[in-house]
Design a protein around this ligand. Sequence first.
Ligand SMILES: Cc1cc2nc3c(=O)[nH]c(=O)nc-3n(C[C@H](O)[C@H](O)[C@H](O)COP(=O)(O)O)c2cc1C
Length: 183
Amino acid sequence: MSEWYETLDGVYGRAWSLLIRGTNDPKHDARTPTLATMSATGPQQRTLVLRQTDKEGGRIILYTDKASAKVGEIIADPRVSLHVWDKRSQIQLRLAATASLAPGDPKLWEKMPEGAREVYGVEPPPGTPLEDPLSFERTSNADKFLCVTLTLHEIELVTLAPDPHRRARFRRVDGWAGQWLAP
Ligand SMILES: Cc1cc2nc3c(=O)[nH]c(=O)nc-3n(C[C@H](O)[C@H](O)[C@H](O)COP(=O)(O)O)c2cc1C
């Protein structure tokens, strides 16, 4: 039986199974990818939680506070990159995407526990300099609950598990046909 990394189809399937696992398993490394944006002063990165994964549409959904710096950065330049490193499987994913912003679904807000709501609506807004580290309030403000949809246009996987290593890239413009790359 062939291993997943021996065919481009296998690699493509593995990339998505990792993203789906990250969405469903809070303890998995793929649960907390790094989102990179371009700010006025250069690249910025931060950890976010993977919330939804749509393999058919090639989309990923993240949530954030509407007042956070990344939102302004995405409005100014919606080209983003998402990075995943899964130590257990020795797989790195690099996803190139266009981000779009929309208010979070009120039905999701209704179902969200209070502890999860608290991160939306921090006052003063996230990133504001404080005199004292605790001089902020958590307001659980539904108006600040924002959904960030990443429409992927490129998926790149490198795995260090087999020797020699394997690296492949998949592009939406080619109907996600893959291309092996030198690792
Ligand atoms: C494990 C972990 C998970 C996080 N999840 C989220 C998240 O889902 N959404 C979010 O906006 N920020 C999340 N954060 C906080 C961000 O990393 C970041 O500090 C915050 O969003 C402000 O980023 P910005 O100033 O670049 O907008 C998380 C941080 C950690 C350490």
